[in-house]
Design a protein around this ligand. Structure first.
Ligand code: ATP
Ligand code: MG
Length: 324
């Protein structure tokens, strides 16, 4: 991460657009905030918006605002995130999911720093620095026509790739120490980590990256049960084959219960069974539509938002479509 820190310092005081790439949980949010804090804009707003969380029309109005009467229910003028982030930084999270229909408008703001609110004619000028992030393979999205090339080049002025945790294992002990301190303070608990536990933590491949590590340490402090955590980590490590070691902690919690798990109670067993069934179907549909979530939601007859929530619950994310 030192190299990344250097780049952040180099680009912070320019207005260059920064594109953050990397798997889920590697710390892209953190880097985006660091770019803002290191920039002369640090005392102006840092505004974040998730481009995957909203359907196109809502997202347009969130980004660019709308005028009174722009659509049914637009009772008053609303400012968009670009205006809120004026003189500050706008963080466009999951930019790879920005609908094509909005990409042209984004390009216009990036190039000319102006746009019109939805339903408005007046051009609004803003001085907003854009940092975007994605864990999708944007190049694939370019060739499939889901992402415009001009927008891609305009966003990609400075690209920062945040590497997965397994490529920077030397940071694991530092992060473990940091999270231990943080959570011990937060939960007012003391735990001592045996050396072999740290060894296991360093060995493990962390498919969920820093987020997964953070959760394991949090659980360790909350439960205070080193033996249990040791056992868990050990079984994750030794779980047969590479496929297994790629599974994240969350995925384990969505696996159906086996007869030996009777102690977890009927309610939990039912919950797991339902979730495992849902997961299987969602995964199948997603694979059929090549992870196009809009289409998957339609096929599954749920809203886009519900699908995203379910995917998070079931620890479903496109595999090997992340950047490399
Ligand atoms: N170097 C770090 N030091 C301390 N905490 C970290 C570090 N990197 C990441 N984290 C923590 O790990 C968690 C995940 O990080 P973050 O939300 O930035 O990931 P992300 O790359 O944005 O993931 P996603 O693609 O899923 O949005 C956060 O709680 C964050 O605070
Ligand atoms: Mg993020």
């Amino acid at each position: 991460m030192r190299a990344i820190k250097d780049i952040i310092e180099q680009v912070a005081d320019t207005n260059a657009t920064v594109l953050l790439r990397g798997e889920s949980g590697v710390g892209k949010d953190l880097v985006a905030r660091a770019v803002h804090s290191a920039s002369p804009r640090f005392d102006k707003p840092f505004v974040k918006i998730n481009c995957a969380a909203l359907p196109t029309e809502l997202l347009e109005s969130e980004l660019f605002g709308h005028e009174k009467g722009a659509f049914t229910g637009a009772y008053r003028r609303k400012l968009g995130k670009f205006e809120f982030a004026d003189k500050g930084t706008l963080f466009l999270d999951e930019i790879g999911d920005l609908p094509l229909a909005l990409q042209a408008k984004l390009l216009h703001v990036l190039q000319d720093h102006e746009f019109a609110r939805v339903g408005g004619r007046e051009m609004i000028r803003v001085d907003t620095r854009v940092v975007a992030s994605t864990n999708r393979n944007l190049e694939a999205a370019l060739s499939s026509g889901e992402f415009r090339e001009d927008v891609y080049y305009r966003l990609n002025v400075v690209e920062i790739r945040v590497p997965p945790l397994r490529e920077r294992k030397e940071e694991i002990p530092i992060l473990v120490r940091y999270f231990l301190q943080t959570f011990q303070r937060e939960y007012r608990r003391e735990v001592t980590l045996p050396a072999d536990t740290l060894g296991c933590l360093t060995e493990y491949s962390w498919p969920g990256n820093v987020r997964e590590l953070e959760n394991v340490i949090r659980r360790l402090v909350v439960l205070g049960n080193i033996q249990q955590i040791n056992g868990e980590i050990f079984s994750r490590l030794t779980a047969t084959g590479a496929a297994q070691s790629e599974r994240s902690a969350v995925e384990e919690s969505v696996a159906p219960a086996s007869p030996g798990d009777a102690t977890m109670g009927l309610r939990e067993i039912a919950r797991r069974a339902a979730r495992a069934a849902e997961r299987q179907v969602i995964l199948k549909v997603l694979e059929e539509v090549r992870w196009n979530r809009t289409r998957a939601a339609r096929l599954l007859k749920v809203s886009y938002k519900t699908l995203l929530a379910k995917m998070a619950e079931c620890a479903l994310a496109p595999r090997r479509r992340h950047t490399s």
